[in-house]
Design a protein around this ligand. Structure first.
Ligand code: ZN
Length: 216
C-alpha cells in the first residue's frame, strides 16, 4: 500500500494482524512508523501495541502508550485497562500493574484477574496472587473465574507450602464438580492432603478420594 493511501484504519488492521500472528516486533515497528507518518493511533492500535510490549517486555514503549492513552482518552475502558495491567505485569512492573488494577473498581473482568494473578505468580508473589485469585470469587461471582481461581489457589498452595503439609483453600462459592475432581487428582498426584472449605462444608481429599464421598 502506498504511503498516501494509508488511513488510521489500515494501520490499525495491520497492527492487529501482526498481534494475531505473534509478530510482536513488527507490530511495534509499525506502531512507531504510524506515529512518524503523523497518524494518531486509535484505541485498537494502542491495545495491539500494549500486547506487543507485554510479550517483548518493552516497558518504555508500553509506558509511553499508557501516557498517550491518558492524553487522548477521557475514560479508559476495561479492555484498555486490562491490557495495561497485563503489559506492566509481564514487564515485571508489579507496582504499576497493581495501581491500574486497584483503580478499576467494578470494571474488572475475568481477563483482568487472570492478567494480575499470572503477573504476580510470574514475579514470585504467590501469597498476593492467591489473595487476588480469591478476591475474584468475592467480586465477580462468575463460575468461570471461580473455577479458575480455585485451581490457581491450589497451584499456589502447592508451590508455597512445604511438601507433605495439607493444601488449604477457602471459597465462598459451592465447589464445582470440575474443581472437586481436580482437587481429588491433586491429592493423588502430589500425595498431599487438600482441604477445601466451600460455602456449605469441608472437603478433605486424601489419595484421590474425598471425605464427602462425592455427595455434597
Ligand atoms: Zn467432597
Amino acid at each position: 500500500m502506498e504511503a498516501g493511501e494509508r488511513t488510521a484504519a489500515s494501520w490499525s488492521a495491520l497492527l492487529a494482524a501482526y498481534t494475531k500472528a505473534g509478530w510482536w516486533a513488527d507490530c511495534l515497528d509499525s506502531f512507531a512508523a504510524m506515529a512518524r507518518d503523523g497518524w494518531r493511533p486509535d484505541e485498537s492500535s494502542m491495545v495491539s501495541a500494549l500486547s506487543a510490549c507485554a510479550h517483548l517486555g518493552a516497558y518504555d514503549v508500553g509506558r509511553s502508550v499508557h501516557c498517550a492513552l491518558l492524553r487522548n482518552t477521557v475514560t479508559l475502558n476495561t479492555f484498555m485497562e486490562t491490557s495495561l495491567v497485563d503489559m506492566y505485569a509481564k514487564c515485571g512492573c508489579i507496582e504499576k500493574a497493581t495501581a491500574v488494577f486497584d483503580g478499576m473498581d467494578g470494571k474488572k473482568n475475568e481477563w483482568t484477574y487472570s492478567a494480575m494473578v499470572s503477573g504476580l505468580a510470574l514475579h514470585g508473589d504467590g501469597r498476593k496472587a492467591l489473595q487476588v485469585a480469591l478476591d475474584a470469587d468475592d467480586e465477580e461471582k462468575r463460575s468461570a473465574v471461580a473455577a479458575h481461581s480455585q485451581k490457581l489457589a491450589m497451584a499456589f498452595g502447592l508451590l508455597s507450602t512445604p511438601e507433605g503439609t495439607p493444601v488449604r483453600v477457602v471459597t465462598n462459592l459451592r465447589m464445582s464438580k470440575e474443581c472437586h475432581a481436580y482437587s481429588a487428582l491433586i491429592s493423588e498426584i502430589f500425595g498431599r492432603e487438600v482441604v477445601v472449605r466451600d460455602r456449605k462444608r469441608f472437603h478433605r481429599f486424601r489419595r484421590g478420594t474425598c471425605s464427602c464421598g462425592n455427595y455434597w
